[in-house]
Design a protein around this ligand. Structure first.
Ligand SMILES: NC(=O)c1ccc[n+]([C@@H]2O[C@H](COP(=O)([O-])OP(=O)(O)OC[C@H]3O[C@@H](n4cnc5c(N)ncnc54)[C@H](OP(=O)(O)O)[C@@H]3O)[C@@H](O)[C@H]2O)c1
Length: 300
């Protein structure tokens, strides 16, 4: 596995590969979409705002006129939207090589998704769980396909409280809820990877985190200051995701992040998530509960 200075020049040609990236209109998702389009993938920008999606696609097309791009509407905070996206995509496409579950929200004021889930857990985890489940048949039937879940170092703040996942009986901590949603991304990745291996499918489930990357994610004054001083730019921040998505030596269950101090910045490499994120009982419990909450059966 190459471990220093992995860049977009390491990405093999992605010709004939169809890729979905959630939240591709800005930040890391946008940079990943641009890099994969440059490598000839057909990129579906799955976004919640058509105007922003069209602008992002036009931006990429301006740099790469031959880019194959499509903008499709997907609101991860609304399970009906997730279902309709997956249904339409499955009707229109015969293969899906890569699904990048990138979209996310961070530390918003307390709120709920359309279906009544705490907004970060609902959007960052449950929305992507339901999306992946409903696209899995297509992924399964596409040789060497991959699912990349974008987590965060903030997973280290996460510890799921199964008695009150929607924070209805506890004082809301937006940071803790963000950490919960990001450790959920890892439980999902590792449990999915285990189940895929048992079933013997030709699908890989991997995770990545971008370190500290300047983006639209946190717009508060404190974060603006941190972004200006410490954060890397979006194209560097997208590299761990791109490495997870395309590196030929990657293995299912791998986790990629920046190689610098505290994994804040730098070229990507294989990293490890914390011990709690590897708890198989919690992962299995979350899987079962995610099916119940979303009403989506996920049989690998
Ligand atoms: N930036 C960092 O330092 C950092 C660190 C660790 C992890 N991450 C993770 O990296 C991922 C990408 O974040 P980013 O930094 O690139 O932030 P960003 O620029 O804010 O991008 C987030 C994307 O997610 C989309 N999104 C939010 N809610 C959505 C919903 N309900 N349905 C569909 N799309 C939705 C946003 O759409 P709109 O433009 O319409 O809002 C946007 O396109 C996230 O999962 C985040 O947790 C980022």
């Amino acid at each position: 596995m190459p471990n220093s200075k992995w860049t977009t020049s390491n990405i093999p040609d992605q010709c004939d590969r169809t890729v979905i990236i959630t939240g591709a209109n800005s930040g890391i998702g946008f940079e990943a979409a641009k890099a994969l389009a440059e490598k000839n993938a057909e990129v579906i920008l799955a976004v919640r705002n058509q105007t922003k999606g069209d602008a992002a696609a036009a931006n990429i097309q301006a740099d790469f006129p031959k880019a194959k791009l499509e903008v499709r509407l997907l609101n991860l905070a609304d399970l009906a939207s997730v279902k309709s996206f997956a249904k339409q995509f499955t009707a229109d496409y015969k293969q899906l090589y890569l699904l990048i579950n990138n979209a996310g929200i961070m530390i918003p004021p307390y709120g709920k998704t359309v279906d009544g889930f705490e907004s970060q857990f609902g959007t960052n985890h449950l929305g992507h769980f339901a999306l992946t489940a409903q696209l899995f048949d297509l992924l399964k039937s596409t040789p060497e396909s991959r699912i990349v879940n974008v987590s965060s170092s903030a997973h280290k703040m996460g510890k799921l409280n199964f008695d009150d996942l929607n924070w209805e009986n506890s004082r809301y901590s937006a940071w803790k809820a963000y950490g919960d949603s990001k450790i959920a991304n890892l439980y999902f990745t590792y449990e999915l990877s285990r189940q895929i291996q048992v079933a013997g499918h030709d699908v890989m489930a991997v995770a990545a985190h971008p370190g500290l990357t300047a983006s639209n994610l946190a717009k508060g004054a404190g974060m603006k200051f941190i972004n200006t001083i410490f954060a890397q730019n979006g194209s560097m921040g997208a590299l761990p995701t791109l490495m997870a998505a395309t590196e030929p030596t990657a293995k299912s269950g791998d986790y990629f992040g920046p190689s610098g101090i505290s994994e804040w910045r730098g070229y990507p490499k294989l990293v490890t998530s914390n011990k709690l994120s590897h708890d198989m009982d919690i992962a299995a419990r979350l899987w079962k509960l995610s099916q119940e909450l979303t009403g989506v059966k996920f049989e690998v």
